[in-house]
Each structure stands twice: as C-alpha cells, then as structure tokens.
Design a protein. Sequence first.
Length: 364
Amino acid sequence: MPTAVTALSVAGPDARFATVVIERREPGPTDVVVDLGFVGVCHSDVHAARNDWGFSTYPLVPGHEMTGVVSGVGAQVTRYAVGDRVAVGNLLDSCRDCGNCARGLEQYCLRGAVGAYNSVDRSGRATAGGFSQRIVVDQDFVLRLPAGMDPAAGAPLLCAGITMYSALREWRAGPGMRVAIAGMGGLGHVGVRIAAALGADVTVLSRTLANAADARRFGATQVYATTDGAPTTTLAGTFDLIISTVSATSDTAPLLNLLTTDGTLVMAGAPVAPLTAPVGLLIGGRRRLAGTSIGGIAQTQEMLDFCAAHGIVADVEVIPADRIHEAYRRLDAGDVRYRFVLDVATLRGPAAPQPGDGSSAPAG
C-alpha cells in the first residue's frame, strides 16, 4: 500500500509553504525506501517554488539534495540493505536505453530524465521532492553515502557538488589549468574545494571581498571583487576555464573577456533572462560558451567518493522546518554561508485540513 508522509508543499508561485500529507508509492521489487534525515535547500528550489523559469506545476514539494537511511527494500534489491546510509539527488529515473543513458549520462536522457520534483515518473505519477519524511527510489538511482561523511554537510553535494564536479571533469580541470569560479555561494564554495583538490590553480570572482578569507580556506589562490572593475582590466585573457554559478545577471561579456584563447565559460547558474554573448569575444579568441547540469549516477557516486577522500563537504546551516520561509528569504538576499540544510526530523504532521484550505496534496 502507498505510505502517507509529511511534507512541505507550496500551492502556487505566491503561496507560503504548508505542512501537508503526501503519498509515497508502494515499493516495487527493485525499489528502496529511504527515511530522509537531511535535505539541502538549493536556490533552484526557490526558483521552482516561484515558477521563475515558467514550468513549475503545483502543488510542489521541493528538495533534491537528500541523505537518509534505508528503511525497506524490494524483493529484487541487491545493492542496499535496511540500515544503509544513502543519498538521493535530482535524478530518480531515466529510460535507461537511449544513447545518453548508455553512456552514463542519464541526466541528459533523450526521452526525458525523471527529476525529484516537478516531474512525472514512468507510471505517469507526479514526483515530490525531499522536503518530506521519506522517498521511494529504484535502487539504480540510489547512491551510497561514504562512511564518515556528515549526512547534513554532505547533502548539498547531491546538487552543488555534482554540478561543479561534472563540469570540472568534463573540461579536464587539473594541474597547470587556471580555473575561475564566479560566485561563491552554495555551488561556488564547493566548486572551489573540488577544483583545488583536482590540482587546478583556482581564482574566485565574487561581488565583494567579504568572503575572501573563506575562499582561500577552500583552496583559492586569488580572489577578486567583480564590482570594482578590476577583473576586466587586469585579468583579461587569463583563465582556461571559468564556471559561473551566478544567476543574477545574463551578461556573459565580462567573463568571456577573461578567457584565454580556446578558453571556456561554463554556465552552472541559470539566469531567468536570456544570455547575451557578444560574438566578437567568441570569435576573437576562439572562446566557447557552454552549459552544465548534474552528473549521471556513476559520476555522482564517483564525486561522493572523491569528496570523502579529500575531506570535502559543504559549509551548512542546518534549519528546522518552521524556518523554511526565512531560509528562502535569506537565500534571495545571499545571506547564508553557504548552504541551508533542512533537518527532516523537525517536520511535524499537519493539523487536520479544513475544507477548501488547500492544505492537502495529491499523491507524490
């Protein structure tokens, strides 16, 4: 039978979070039931809740950076057992047989990957994310949380970590490469750590120098404030790779100007407005403008193991469920160092819904 669990849900782009009950599907033979402990609060959760990108469906339960413990397994599950520490990201399923899936790029499934929320699974059921007590996932899309990794500080690795790791691996960051990370928020601060662990020479480009000491602690050798104009005049033609985590601006010209010949600017942030890219800056240096997303399942496990081996986790502020509105407000203001994480144990069952009050949610 489906299981009722408590979750945090928004009913529309202007709605506040409500504590609701949703249904998790009955586990199938290859499913793993995960009792969630911690869930990262990503800025994309904010964008989705507000429908900033124009494709949110409601009611919506965000959350895609999940850690927890296995509480049940289907009869054919071979990879996990009750009591295992595990992690789940934004990738819950894919077609598994298209060209991209065959290459381990399930996140780019040609028939459409199934996301943790705001998505539809293979049975036609709407998915609901990790702002909830439990989730049911096929074993092929569950990850093993490395021994010793803090489940709260490790949770943001399921989005911030793999987004940065996948880009750094794809563009071969390593010794001798000059890498800049633009923006040092939730994604950026993890990206600095990973790039440094890969052996790259890492520079942080941030709006101010307020986080300069942190940037150096994470492994950056240089930090520049983008608001004073210095990078565009003193660093032109410097970097082999720039990964931008910034969503506040769609103008790529200042960063393109900092690339070497054959350098690449990779967009990890997702501005709402269309990007502007002066063609002269691309042609003049044979520069490239690219985008990136999360990694596939195998690469995500590789990332978790790499981070465990190098002592990399996120700097987090763990919050109870009743502070989710404050967390969203502070995320908008950039007031967090560097990632909020929801303590799922603080989710309490909702009061009995009144007719027409919108406090119930469909199965998820």
